[in-house]
Design a protein around this ligand. Structure first.
Ligand code: FES
Ligand SMILES: [Fe+2]
Length: 398
């Protein structure tokens, strides 16, 4: 979920927020091939938090559809990001997270790399006469730390994370996210849905009343918010002044003020939600922050990666608040998985045409406009024949 200001300026249908992509775009692997570079390879992707990468040799990997990236703390104290493959024959180097000591060793033939990516050793070097080791360091990716959050970008250029976040930075700064510690390692789960269904769902609040009754009882949307560079947005929810009839939610509303001492007035007792790039939700609650990532695994399969961080010094009441936050996040995620998988089951239905998007779904309209601009083939109402999607994409661009 996220907060989106109503914006019907791009509407093709008067009175609605715009038109949705045709449903064939949610079930084609060849379209994912076209989407993958601009939406995943050339965008900033969250890997972890600086406090998880304190010691020399600490590393965290992030797996995307075709690529894997590893961020290391090198012996010179700097964080670096690399493609997680050996330069010899592309063997994957590291899994998950951990500490690799002073070297990264390839499990195939044993090439070793320094934690700063330089190639350190080749077993049986006489087999490689004339090979210059300095040319075979790990492929580097861009790495940026924004207020303690570590992001990587495999390729491409453009604004930094800090530049993209600028309009929300005065709020983010107040959370002191760089001081937070890991609450639980990134948890992943598989949703049987196209990545855009999961992201569409994140971008709209129209489904809250029916899809998430707990949220509807607990919070209301606030007018406070900002548009970010590149079409993203930041917005707040605040406590519903009407107390919930459900014990756990009412308790939350009653004790949320125990965190007031941490925050300036304008963000107290609120939830800040930022949608970032086209697949990440960065959410600040009074007792924790979470990063929700939507990562494609195929046309109809998506990995959801959820990372949680918390201040290290919570009081007992704040811990109680946090445990309710975690229970709610679980409940909401389960509901979103259920809903997204049900949409996926419908998208291949013969003869279906998308209905209008409501004003509350303007975030989806903007996201789909961006896709249509980047990948004009998605403007086609009927799917292009297999094997011809690229040609049709070229044709539609001209
Ligand atoms: S593939 Fe890594 S050492 Fe051969
Ligand atoms: Fe939802």
């Amino acid at each position: 979920m996220t907060l989106k200001k109503n914006d019907s300026s791009s509407s093709a249908n008067p009175g609605t927020a715009g038109s949705a992509l045709p449903t064939w775009t949610y079930a084609r692997e060849d379209l994912l091939e076209l989407e993958y570079p601009p939406f995943f390879v050339e965008t900033w992707q969250f890997v972890g938090h600086v406090n998880e990468l304190q010691q020399s040799g600490d590393f965290i990997t992030l797996d995307l559809w075709k690529d894997s990236v590893v961020v290391t703390r090198a012996s010179d104290g700097l964080l670096r990001a690399f493609l997680n493959i050996c330069r010899h024959r592309a063997t994957r180097l590291l899994d998950g997270r951990g500490n690799c000591g002073s070297m990264i060793k390839c499990p195939y033939h044993g090439w070793t790399y320094q934690t700063d990516g330089r190639l350190a050793g080749i077993p049986s070097p006489k087999n490689f006469p004339g090979v210059d080791r300095s040319e075979y360091g790990l492929f580097e990716a861009q790495c940026e730390v924004y207020r303690g959050l570590v992001f990587v970008r495999i390729a491409g250029e453009g604004p930094s994370v800090a530049e993209k976040m600028a309009n929300a930075d005065h709020w983010v700064e107040s959370y002191k996210a760089e001081e937070y510690v890991l609450l639980s390692e990134a948890v992943t789960e598989t949703w049987n849905a196209n990545w855009k269904i999961a992201w569409d769902n994140y971008l709209e609040n129209y489904h809250l009343a029916v899809g998430h009754p707990c949220l509807h009882r607990l919070v209301v949307e606030s007018e406070q918010g900002a548009m970010l560079l590149g079409g993203n947005s930041a917005g707040f929810f605040e406590m519903n002044p009407k107390l919930s009839s459900v014990d756990q939610e009412r308790r939350y509303q009653e004790i949320v003020g125990c965190t007031d001492h941490r925050y300036p007035e304008e963000i107290r007792r609120k939830w800040l939600q930022i949608d970032f790039e086209s697949n990440m939700g960065i959410e600040f609650y009074p007792s924790l922050f979470s990063v929700f990532q939507v990562l494609p695994m195929g046309a109809e399969k998506t990995q959801i990666r959820m990372s949680l961080y918390t201040p290290a010094d919570l009081s007992e009441s704040e811990k109680e608040l946090r445990s309710i936050d975690l229970a709610l996040l679980d409940e909401i995620n389960g509901q979103d998985k259920f809903l997204c998988e049900r949409i996926q089951r419908g998208v291949k239905t013969h003869g279906y045409r998308p209905g209008p998007l409501s004003q509350e779904e303007s975030g989806i309209a903007n996201f789909h406009d961006r896709i249509r601009k980047l990948l004009p083939v998605t403007r086609l109402k009927s799917p292009p024949p297999r094997g011809q999607i690229e040609a049709h994409n070229q044709q539609e661009s001209s």
